[in-house]
Ligand binder design. Structure first.
Ligand code: G6P
Length: 614
């Protein structure tokens, strides 16, 4: 949500900034803007809508070639997505241009105070208050970095800020609190951005800024301080993936590419985390085994798709460890005063590692002295840095807003964690753990098998392209899979889609079933009590009422055949691992259907990839 980039160096800043904004489009936005410094003045162009609108504006009114610039894609919060509310915002004295990600909570009070002293505002944004404050500071002769620190000390809320001064053509300053910012370290050039994808084409060396830090950047130097001006500790890192991973490689959508990357992504998540004898080794989990043995409750907190991955994890973790495991939507968590003690383990799932709701939930958990383990895909992001330990999913960059490989790798990482806890606590024998681990290690080729057999799913998307409503049913771990299948359709195809526990259907939702409505049913493998048979009955219930049943069942399951209008066979895996294969056709159904409807699959309306506000 909101993409930020700044550049200082020998290249044409405008071009670097625009390229960076394009790479961050996936974060979600509804307006875009650029500012450069040249000839002692600021030059700003900004437009509502996609970057293409900004390109058109730049063609008719070009920006000068200079080596310093900032750019922003905005996801509207305060004030609609208009040209005027787009960033950068310029202080009314014309001194500074500023971009912002986050929410300045005390903006109304600041605005009132500034207006009282004669400042005129040109937008409805919270951001402009920060731009005006900074403009006043530098006009009064304060050094730019000190001016930024003074402004930050007055702001409440979440913010990443980047600013340039008309009088300083070689320097930009940036600050962060509760919102992401990385510095890209080049040779004779430097970058700041919301994420590394914005500058990966130019450098793979980066510095992650800590909480409440200000960075002063020229082409040759990077100076980091805290908000009080004291030198600050930073975390340099090298990005392990390259530009090709951040590009579409011939696919029409990042989402489709990411769906096809899942065998590799799951394999990478498992890589190096188990021994040849099938025992687990999670070296990165720096929590003493003794503490893990003392845990008496697990709470998983996450949002969106990651929450559904958490629901899958609950079944596995409880089954293997016999520890009670709750799963909670992060934005609800701290407001219900959850029962957390020193023996509670909070597990947080976040692809981006920047989701504000999730971040606030883990801060609350740590204040209550719980241990927090993050499962995250983004190196050095805020959530893993604020957790006691982290298991990285190693899925590579996920660009499509609707998460796919993020989900599968989160599920895989949760299995690892569950098995590890079972090993440490002795709730499963070594050979039992090894058996599950070996089966898990064998899933990537099975996911590939599903990917190789998606033609019937593509055909179904064509058949139901005009459909208004689709239902998804599952039981046990198939239930979160059904929820995820429905979420994908809502997110990218804008369809009414619902996921239900199949057994709950008769208590209400069955009233939604009408002639011809497509109903996807995830059928569990045979062999676990009566689970399979119950689902077969549920299929009959909806079919008897006219539903068109699309049944996902393991190969060789002949029992479901008579009740399936379309039968999609899944490779054989045990019940708990089935989400790794069963989710894939549902992802593809949504991707194909949204494509047929002509929607922007990678950047669905109103959504952002990285939701950095609560
Ligand atoms: C946003 C995205 C969802 C994602 C959720 C959690 O809402 O649009 O696709 O599932 O955030 O994201 P996270 O990065 O924390 O996994």
């Amino acid at each position: 949500m909101c993409g930020i980039i700044g550049y200082v160096g020998p290249r044409v800043a405008r071009d670097v900034v625009l390229a960076g904004l394009r790479r961050m489009e996936y974060r979600g936005y509804d307006s875009a803007g650029v500012a450069v410094v040249s000839g002692g003045a600021l030059h700003v162009r900004k437009k509502a809508g996609k970057i293409a609108n900004l390109d058109t504006a730049l063609e008719s009114d070009p920006l000068p070639d200079t080596g310093i610039g900032i750019g922003h894609t905005r996801w509207a919060t305060h004030g609609g997505p208009t040209d005027g509310n787009a960033h950068p915002h310029v202080s009314c004295n014309g001194r500074v241009a500023l971009i912002h990600n986050g929410i300045i909570e005390n903006f109304a009070q600041l605005r009132e105070e500034l207006q009282g002293s004669g400042i005129t505002f040109a937008s409805q944004t919270d951001t402009e208050a920060a731009a005006q404050l900074l403009g006043l500071e530098v006009a009064a002769g304060t050094d730019l970095a000190e001016a930024m620190r003074r402004v930050c000390r007055r702001l409440e809320g979440a913010f990443t800020l980047v600013a340039v001064d008309a009088a300083e053509p070689d320097r930009l300053v940036a600050a962060r609190r509760n919102s992401p910012l990385v510095v890209g370290v080049g040779e004779g050039e430097n970058f700041v951005a919301s994420d590394v994808s914005a500058f990966i084409e130019f450098t793979r060396f980066a510095i992650e800024l800590g909480q409440d830090q200000v960075v002063d950047v020229t082409a040759e130097a990077i100076t980091v301080t805290d908000f009080a001006g004291a030198p600050a500790q930073t975390h340099p890192f090298e990005v392990t993936w390259d530009l090709s991973a951040a590009e579409k490689s011939g696919y029409d959508w990042f989402m489709r590419k990411e769906i096809y990357e899942q065998p590799r992504a799951v394999a990478d998540t498992l890589l190096g985390r188990f021994n040849p004898d099938g025992s687990l080794k999670l070296d990165e989990l720096h929590i003493p085994e003794e503490e893990l043995r003392g845990i008496d409750k697990i709470i998983i907190v996450a949002c969106g798709t990651a929450y559904y991955a958490g629901l899958v994890a609950k079944y596995a973790i409880e089954h293997w460890t016999r520890i009670a495991c709750e799963v909670e939507i992060a934005s609800e968590f701290r407001y219900r005063d959850p029962i957390i003690t020193r023996t509670t383990l909070v597990v947080t799932l976040s692809q981006s590692g920047e989701t504000a709701d999730t971040l606030m939930a883990i801060r609350h958990a740590r204040e209550q002295h719980a241990k927090v383990i993050a499962i995250c895909n983004t190196n050095g992001a805020t959530i893993p840095r604020e957790s006691d330990a982290v298991i990285y999913t190693h899925a590579g960059p996920e660009i499509g807003v609707a998460s796919t490989k993020g989900f599968l790798t989160q599920v895989a990482a949760c299995y690892l964690l569950g098995l590890y806890l079972a090993q440490v606590r002795g709730t499963k024998f070594g050979d039992e753990i090894a058996a599950v681990m070996n089966e898990l290690a064998a899933t990537p080729p099975l996911i590939q098998q599903v990917l190789d057999s998606l033609d019937p799913i593509i055909a179904l998307a064509h058949q139901f392209a005009e459909q208004r409503s689709v239902l998804f049913l599952g039981r046990h771990v198939g239930y979160p899979v059904a929820l995820e299948g429905a979420l994908k359709l809502k997110e990218i195809a804008y369809l009414h889609a619902e996921g239900f526990p199949a057994g709950e259907l008769k208590h209400g939702p069955i009233a939604l079933v009408e002639e011809g409505i497509p109903v996807f049913v995830v059928v569990p493998p045979q062999g676990r009590d009566q689970l399979h048979d119950k689902v077969v009955s549920n299929i009959q219930e909806v079919r008897a009422r006219g539903a068109f049943t699309i049944v996902l069942a393991e190969e060789g399951d002949t029992e479901v055949e008579p009740y399936a209008d379309v039968l999609f066979t899944l490779p054989r895996v045990s019940t708990l691992l089935q989400p790794l294969v069963a989710t894939v056709p549902l992802q593809m159904f949504a991707c194909e259907l949204a494509t047929l409807k002509g929607y922007d699959v990678d950047q669905p309306r109103n959504l952002a990839k990285s939701v950095t506000v609560e």
